[in-house]
Design a protein around this ligand. Sequence first.
Ligand SMILES: [Zn+2]
Length: 633
Amino acid sequence: MKKIIPLLLLLSINITAQQNRFQLVEQHKIPDIPSSLYQQSNDLNNYDIHFYHLDLKATNTNTQLSGNVIIEATAVNKLTTFTCELMDYMTVSSIKINNQDATFTHSNNIIIAQCNKEYKPNENIKVQIFYSGNVVGEGYSYGTQLGISASWTLSESIHARDWFPCKQILTDKADSVFIDVTVPNNLTVASNGILKNIVNVNGNTKKYCWETKYPINYYLISMAISEYSQYNIYAEPQSISPEKILIQNFIFSNSGYLNQNKELIDKTKNLVEFFSEKIGIYPFYKEKYGNAMAYFGGGMEHQTMTTLANFGFSLNAHELAHQWFGNYVTCGSWQDIWINEGFASYCEYIALQHFYDQQTADGWMDSAHNYAKEKPNGSVYIPFEELTSENRIFDYQLSYKKGAVIIHTLRGLINNDDLFFEAIRNYLNTYKNNTAIGDDFFTSIGDFTSLDLTNFKNDWYYGKGFPTYEVIWKQEDNKLSITINQTTSSTSKPFFTQPIQIKLNYSDNSKTVVFEPTSTSTTLIFDTSTKINSIEIDPNNYILKGKTAITTDIISELNSETRIIHSPKKNSFELITTDKYLNNNFSINDIKGNIIKRFTIYDKHSEIDISNLKQGLYIISTKNRIIGKIVKL
Ligand SMILES: [Zn+2]
């Protein structure tokens, strides 16, 4: 999901998503369910969810709901009670288990129903819960603009239980879901999967019957209700040609939005085709992709039916990308929300690269770096002790922006776009219709690319902050020496092993070499006889870093008789000449030609004081001949 934060340039909006379950993964994970977001019942692990059938009555001008939900599951452990989650402000009137009335309790936001017999492991159970109430949690909202009201659900991370009985465990996806919603005749219901039927009920209401048969997480089940017009288009990815993918858009009917934004809405077709080619066919293509408009800032990637505020390019790309990153493969723990949000955010960058240009994408990445640097002590991974609020899970700077930046860093490390995208497709294919955590991703990519990503994930995923580099280089006697000193923004992470690309600029071409720091100060020496004019650090901006200071001992040889050796931070430079220049007058001019200083040398090797010079570029001349330049910092 994505919450709205103004973006640069033409891009409009953004959002985010989340949830709760912790697994034991190396030292970073916490076992079992207990979380600091809220305490869940261990009894939820006694069964495996297969199916939800929601049958609800709703409207667009309030958050009243009534109806029933059928849950079908298989016992994992023996069951004498059936436990599921529903907020206490909803009233449960009755429960049936396998069509027989069951007694139950409903408190602490948990329903416990007494089974009429003991269910053994692998036995199926069907539970039907009749309930009603006014949803006061954020799982279901409504609003009105320009005379049109809408209501919509938004369950991420732990708000499905606000509006329907469910099991909020990320790692247990339902295999299929039916969503039937009865609304007044003038309204339309948008939801997951395929709209199978619209049934007239009592003359003044209609029941919309949606069905999805792809595995789906509890927080991706949704409904949006308003006076919608339907605007359908089709994507035609080559890999499934001649099959097409329905893109079903539910637009506010009288707002004029469709006419004013048709071009942006139609971009969805191009985005579906582009992502299908880049990261694998749209995962739910046998059903559809869809968008339903609602009044909230940003969007939420409900499976096959995004709910969004507008069709801004980046928002649209972000929510669509979630269908792969978040929905097809879902984070297995809220601590690993990066599996959803980092990737959906990075897909904004990929889409900008493709549909706009590199400069626009670079602007996006610069902005992402700036956001990420606002949290110099934060990690992308949510440490257990920080898992205290949804705000931390959906931290814009860390989970979204830094999350996207480090995927770009990984792309730079792999340094082969074909391999990078192939590895991403392989990862998605490995964890499809399932969940993954950060470690799963790094193992998958590491295995596929034969790279050891241990340092990478410890630096960038689990590690906090970012490095700042100071670079000093010098070329002399066919040797190029480069020293990189490193400081970091977080004391908890004193050193980043991240290899750094360095671009060597010659007078007529350039070459990129990779520098692998081994300590906080590393010097490498290369053999090179070609004169280097300048060097650039991380020219493709793969690495999140503080402002880099680059200094050089410039050796200027405008003729064979004089040499100037100077480090810009120094208050003097060396001038080496032949006998011919002794007792000569020299001048230091600024770039406008003004003489700033004069001096005479009496030695073939002199040190000239420039402590009085301001910062800038200066020209050293003698007898109207330029013999070199210096930069004073
Ligand atoms: Zn998102």
